[in-house]
Design a protein around this ligand. Structure first.
Ligand SMILES: [Cu+2]
Length: 363
């Protein structure tokens, strides 16, 4: 029952062009040595001793964030919520200006003598927030990228990248659960970001796009789902023009569709339909790739749009926090200099920063 992170999830592994093979994990000793101990170490038990470090690999054109150690304790599997462990948000200073063109996550064992990867299923999600840029539509910090166990890797098509500048502040948040009742004492997360350094080729700037039918800053955007057919909608005004390259989304069981409309003339711009099991449980929500250049879906500056979710709840009763719907994708602004600025003193922004990671996840 959590909000989807804005991410370029529609470019997830399966359709990505080049797939680098999964890297081997470094040896445990090397992992432990690479992450300096947190100043809090010793003061708090368990995961609060974790810290992070950033490595620039110029030869491979990659930037890596290594974070840990995280203790992943075996738990009694009473419910999905019980078994998930959120980690504190670890902030990192971005080391170089240029463009990120992908994102992948490894989970490695810090107690293994030689490199050892941990079960992929232990990763519930790992995401990056960007405290140096605002979400396009909301006074919130940007959710840059995130993956869950179903989408271990995000790759952008050639010629586009998400701009980041040296000194930007990112926050790494994650959640794990045990697999097979085994406790891992020291797990390390390695986030690898393929990278185009400034001064080389100049890709097209692409940004995360996110719109929620029930945006609640600092809280969950889920709502109580009434029985039968129902609809939830919200309007937004584009602060600048640009085009959407691709769009996916997030909904819950019994959702029928999410659509984006021009609120000024009612025209349906895109509609994503769900695939449901016969009992109404969600199998998948459609995605749409418009194209990477001129073929994108244009959105006009200062123009009103709306997003509408349709549900049909057959249970005959209200499902507490059962509704959720958002669209997320990739957006190319006409002029990136017009991007709305993040005001760190704004009350909504403060509330959002306090909640990073708490309501974010990949479906
Ligand atoms: Cu949800």
């Amino acid at each position: 029952m959590r909000r989807l992170v804005s991410l370029l999830l529609v470019f997830a592994a399966s359709r990505a062009a080049a797939q680098a093979g999964e890297r081997a994990c470094p040896a445990g000793a090397a992992l432990r040595a690479s992450v300096p101990e947190s100043a809090d170490a010793g003061s708090m038990p368990g995961m609060d001793m974790s810290a992070s470090t950033v490595q620039v690999d110029s030869a491979r054109r990659e930037i890596r964030i290594v974070a840990g150690p995280f203790r992943i304790a075996a738990t009694a599997h009473e419910s999905d919520d019980m078994m998930m462990m959120d980690t504190p948000v670890l902030r990192v200073a971005w080391p170089a200006s240029g463009w990120v063109r992908g994102y992948s996550v490894q989970l490695c064992d810090g107690d293994a003598a030689s490199g050892a990867a941990l079960a992929r299923g232990m990763v519930h999600h790992v995401g990056l927030a960007n405290y140096s840029r605002r979400e396009l539509l909301y006074p919130m910090v940007e959710r840059l990228m995130a993956v869950g166990k179903e989408t271990p890797r995000v790759s952008l098509p050639g010629g586009v990248g998400v701009p980041l500048a040296r000194g930007d502040t990112l926050g790494l948040y994650s959640a794990f659960h045990d697999v097979g009742g085994r406790t891992v004492e020291r797990a390390y997360v390695i986030v690898t970001l393929p990278w185009i350094p400034a001064g080389h080729s100049h890709p097209i700037d692409v940004m995360p796009f996110f719109v929620d039918v029930n945006s609640v800053i600092g809280g969950t955007s889920a709502w109580d789902l009434p029985p039968g057919r129902s609809e939830k909608r919200s309007e937004f005004t584009m602060p600048l023009g640009g085009s959407i390259l691709a769009l996916g989304g997030h909904v819950h069981d019994y959702a029928r569709s999410v659509r984006l409309e021009d609120a000024e003339n009612g025209k349906v711009l895109v509609r994503l339909d769900t695939k449901l099991a016969s009992d109404g449980h969600l199998i998948s929500l459609g995605e749409r790739v418009f194209g990477f250049h001129e073929e994108g879906l244009p959105l006009l500056p200062n123009h009103r749009y709306r997003v509408i979710a349709q549900y049909d709840n057959p249970t005959g009763h209200v499902i507490r926090q059962g509704g959720m719907a958002s669209l997320a994708g990739a957006f190319v602004p006409d002029d990136v200099r017009q991007w709305p600025l993040l005001d760190p003193l704004n009350a909504d922004v403060k509330r959002d920063i306090a909640s990073v990671g708490a309501h974010d996840m990949v479906q």
